[in-house]
Design a protein around this ligand. Structure first.
Ligand code: G6P
Length: 612
């Protein structure tokens, strides 16, 4: 977790760092800080948001043209001013920002204490900067060499940037398992956890690889070396990310903007990948490895959070259309239990950020065991995207709100295309069904626009249930994972306890909780289990639970039964999640806003979980 940013150039560094930190706040926001080099180091750190840091900056202009910044999500030591980054060396010469965890920090710290070091924070990061300092002064080393030697002894994950008051034009960055991008402009360098703080300044970037150290010295070329000291060839990429895409565009919250973008993001994900008129689907990743994929015996989907929920829908879709057995695993479980994976397996890693540590570890494990790894990732150039053998980008654009919305529907869209494509190739899907489903999928963006037109009604329902303390979400079949996702959205951003259940399982426990205070959200669209779900609604009503039903347009039966309802257009049953999840996203959003919660940055959560 945490976001880091660094700048060296001709302009004042502080505003560039602050702007960059604001873009990275989704990665953590319990404290932040900057160190500026102006002869000596000036360091400002503050518990809270980047706004709080801005408030303690001196009113007079800060003229330093080199500096580093950090926004934190605490792992070692509580969020406070002292534990905030940057951390300084004992002699005050070096400042360092870090994203990740130094796993062997305790033993290094103990040895350093014996040699006279004292520490002011509880962080693993402060240990690292002291260690670098010691190596630097003992060996009279250049900064990058001291960093390299220290990192040879470090276990764990890191992206770091270090500056040295005696080498005033130099930024040294290094990475292992946490992301770090270097931006190169004509007369300046940038480092950041992702490209968003960089793109308004330059579109030329280098994504550092694990075990690399980058030295950016003004007036010289960027130099990248491996920890073993071998110089690497520069792989400079040109980014096409648009800064407009990552700004709020008039919305109060990123989450609402991202919910509203879904007709477009789903269409973007389908572009060039299916055609209803001509009746084809195509994913380059599948084509590239078509021989191998045609012989897979099993698919394992590995993901976390919302991406895990889309994986569950993927399981239903792939098993239904392509008849390949699918297992969906929490990446954090898969990686720690010596799973049976082999060369006949296809592992699909689903990740919005492409940086989730557990999903990345599952990818690496699957590769070690000989499986083919397919990445379904949103963030272009992210670690999981690069670590996978093949894959497809979601093309949903940057998702900034911590609660994932548009990435989920894009993931489901891609999984549907994948299931249809595999089903067609394997002959498990009739031509008629294949064509019918492609056409239905193409209709989803315009149908979704109709769902989004019901915001006023959804807001009204939110007002009626905003004071609940518990909520239950029920769904069957393709909509069971939607129930899980609806419950997750509500608890993430409104802090209301919520549980998602397969509707029939309600009888095996949750029914005991139902009373007049319990809102029960039921996804009750037309399909194979419609009659069964109507019975489940009756069971809830008999216990006086409040029913909020997501129904198929014109369903008078459930309209009569439910306390509140939201209609969605009729589509193929397998594709209903793409429509049914959106009213649940909006309900959570409005409830959270009405409860005064920080929708885009819910407490204790972070957008990109790069710790295990
Ligand atoms: C965090 C985020 C979730 C996300 C999950 C997995 O918990 O808050 O919104 O679903 O990580 O992230 P990924 O980037 O791998 O999809």
């Amino acid at each position: 977790m945490c976001g880091i940013v660094a700048y060296s150039g001709k302009k004042a560094a502080c505003p560039i760092l602050i702007e960059g930190l604001k873009r990275l706040e989704y990665r953590g926001y319990d404290s932040s800080g900057v160190s500026l080099l102006n002869g000596s180091l000036q360091t400002f750190k503050k518990k809270g948001k980047v706004k709080d840091l801005e408030n303690i900056l001196p009113k007079e202009e800060l003229t330093a043209t080199l500096g580093i910044g950090h926004t934190r999500w605490a792992t070692h030591g509580e969020p406070n001013d002292v534990n905030a980054h940057p951390h300084l060396s004992g002699n005050g010469r070096l400042a360092l920002v870090h994203n990740g965890i130094i796993e062997n920090y305790a033993s290094i710290k103990e040895a350093l204490i014996k040699r006279g070091h004292t520490f002011s924070s509880e962080t693993d990061t402060e240990v690292l900067v002291h260690y670098i300092e010691e190596l630097q002064s003992e060996g009279k080393l250049a900064l990058e060499e001291a960093v390299r030697q220290a990192l040879l002894h470090v276990e764990g994950a890191y992206a770091i940037v270090v500056i040295d008051s005696q080498e005033p034009n130099k930024l040294v960055g290094a990475k292992k398992q946490s992301p770090l991008v270097v931006g190169i402009a004509e007369d300046s360098f940038y480092f950041a956890s992702d490209a968003t703080p960089i793109i308004s300044h330059t579109n030329k970037v280098v994504y550092l690889k694990d075990g690399e150290i980058a030295v950016a010295e003004l007036g010289k070329e960027l130099v990248i070396r491996q920890l073993s000291n071998i110089e690497q060839k520069l792989d400079v990429q040109e980014l096409s990310l648009d800064i407009q895409q990552i700004e709020k565009g008039g919305y109060e919250h990123y989450m609402l903007k991202e919910i509203d973008e879904q007709p477009k993001t789903i269409a973007d994900g389908m572009r060039g990948r299916l055609n209803g008129k001509e009746g084809w689907t195509r994913l380059d990743g599948l084509e590239e490895y078509s021989n191998r994929i045609s012989s897979v015996k099993r698919i394992i989907i590995a993901a976390c959070g919302t991406s895990w929920h889309s994986g569950l829908i993927g399981e239903y879709l792939i098993e239904e259309f392509a008849r390949i057995p699918v297992e969906v695993e929490y990446a954090s479980e898969l990686r720690y239990r010596n799973p049976i994976i082999g060369k006949d397996d296809l592992v699909i890693a689903i990740s919005q950020s492409g940086e989730t540590a557990d999903t990345l570890a599952a990818v690496n494990l699957a590769k070690e065991k000989g499986a083919l790894v397919y990445g379904l990732v949103n963030a272009v150039g992210s670690t999981i995207a690069r670590a996978s053998h093949c894959g497809s980008y979601l093309h949903a654009g940057p998702e900034i709100g911590v609660a994932s919305t548009k990435a989920f529907t894009s993931q489901v869209t891609l999984l549907a295309i994948m299931a249809l494509n595999l089903g067609m190739k394997r002959g498990t899907l009739s031509n008629t069904t294949y064509h019918r489903l492609i056409s239905a999928l193409e209709q989803i963006p315009s149908q979704l626009s109709k769902v989004l037109e019901q915001k006023e009604q959804i807001k009204y329902i939110a007002g009626e249930i905003k004071s609940a303390t518990n909520a239950l979400y029920l769904g069957r079949g393709f909509n069971f994972p939607v129930a899980l996702e609806g419950a997750l959205k509500l608890k993430e951003i409104s802090y209301i306890h919520a549980e998602g259940y397969p509707a029939a399982e309600m009888k095996h426990g949750p029914i005991a909780l139902i009373d007049i205070y319990m809102p029960v959200f039921v996804i009750a669209t037309k399909g194979g289990s419609y009659d069964k779900i109507v019975s489940n609604i009756q069971e809830v009503k008999a216990r006086k639970g409040k029913i909020i039903a997501i129904i198929t347009e014109g369903d008078e039966t459930i309209k009569d039964l439910a306390d509140y309802y939201i209609e969605i257009p009729l589509t193929e049953e397998a594709l209903t999640p793409l429509l049914s999840v959106v009213p649940l996203q909006l309900l959570s959003y409005y409830i959270a806003v009405m409860r005064g919660c920080n929708v885009d940055q819910p407490r204790n959560l972070a957008k990109s979980v790069t710790v295990e």
